[in-house]
Design a protein around this ligand. Structure first.
Ligand code: SF4
Ligand code: MG
Length: 332
């Protein structure tokens, strides 16, 4: 499989002054194959948006590499980056916030085309706007209206049309459905899937829980406090979650069937999410992990492939630890 993106040992730290450093992203490694959707999941503040913004070079990295289409993104000149930006676009959680309220839908969608001088005539550009509106399930009559006249789901469609304006290969969707009603969420997810199939798009789909991500993702990475905890193909993550944090996230998703809901085992996370300014030593999840052992406060667990295509950072899967302690993976 051909990789469109490689993120290698990426670190993004923010210097807050007075020796305080926010470790938003700490040594994260993953790749995204051409044409797939990679889901990136974790509670707010875990660093997933920071990864998105660092990939697209809105943030400079602290360390590591971001390689897109064979090019090291942070080594590019401004001119080269400008060209590359045509290929990478972003969709945001609240499309209204990223859309200028005084611009018409036509202006919102045309803006990136104008910035990149895509069309010589207004007529061609307008035709493209109409085409994009239709592709996202709106129509040309919407072009002269204002974003605030639309519902949340329709505004997200406008945001998607704008992201498609430059005919990108890769789209970072940063919680594109989190602010929408559940029924509308499914519509937007279906639209993204259709567009992916038609255009061969690749997505990085960022979400704060695991409920909708399954529908859209081929593979999923789970983050906690700036670190990647587990990464595997979607089915394995839902059927065979290995990391205690993933297990906790999954047990937080309600199951519609009351019989299953009542009888199933849950992992409830105790305690507060620690601050990324002062993260726990060793495994950053240890202050909330029901399986924490002595070694967890002393050593950061290695990122290892424990089954084919199934990566996890947890001492329970460390061979030496396994010899001395049989992991008890189910709690009641
Ligand atoms: Fe829990 Fe230790 Fe695994 Fe961290 S390394 S998730 S604290 S068992
Ligand atoms: Mg975010």
């Amino acid at each position: 499989e051909e990789r469109i993106l490689e993120v290698k040992n990426l670190k993004k730290h923010f210097n807050l002054g007075k020796d305080r450093v926010l470790k938003a992203v700490n040594d994260v490694t993953f790749h995204i194959n051409k044409g797939e959707t990679f889901g990136l999941v974790g509670e707010s503040g875990c660093g997933k948006s920071t990864i998105g913004r660092t990939i697209i070079s809105l943030y400079q990295k602290t360390a590591g590499d971001v390689i897109f289409d064979g090019q090291n993104v942070h080594d590019l000149s401004e001119k080269e980056m400008f060209k590359l930006r045509q290929k990478m676009q972003m969709i945001f959680q609240d499309p209204y916030a990223s859309l200028n309220p005084r611009s018409t839908v036509r202006e919102v969608i045309s803006e990136p085309m104008e910035v990149h001088h895509l069309y010589k005539s207004k007529k061609e550009q307008n035709e493209r706007v109409y085409q994009l509106l239709e592709e996202v399930g709106l129509n040309r009559d919407h072009a002269n209206r204002y974003p605030h006249e639309f519902s949340g789901g329709q505004r997200q469609r406008i945001g998607i049309a704008r992201a498609l304006a430059l005919d990108p290969d890769f789209i970072i969707a940063d919680e594109p459905i989190s602010a929408l009603d559940v029924s509308v969420q499914a519509q937007v997810v279906n639209l993204l899937k259709e567009l992916q199939e038609e255009k061969g798009l690749t997505f990085l789909f960022i979400a704060h829980d695991l409920s909708m991500v399954k529908q859209i993702s081929d593979r999923i990475g789970v983050m906690y406090l700036g670190n990647m905890m587990e990464l595997t193909v979607s089915e394995s993550l839902y059927e065979n979650p290995l990391h205690p944090y993933t297990q906790a996230l999954l047990s937080a998703i309600p199951i519609p069937d009351p019989d299953i809901e009542e009888s199933r085992e849950r992992i409830i996370l105790e305690g507060e999410l620690p601050s990324p300014i002062n993260p726990p030593s060793g495994c950053v999840f240890r202050t909330r992990c029901p399986f924490a052992m002595d070694i967890c406060s002393q050593e950061k667990p290695a990122w290892q492939e424990v089954e084919t295509n199934h990566f996890v950072a947890c001492h329970l899967y460390n061979e030496d630890v396994k010899k001395t302690k049989k992991p008890e993976m189910v709690v009641n």
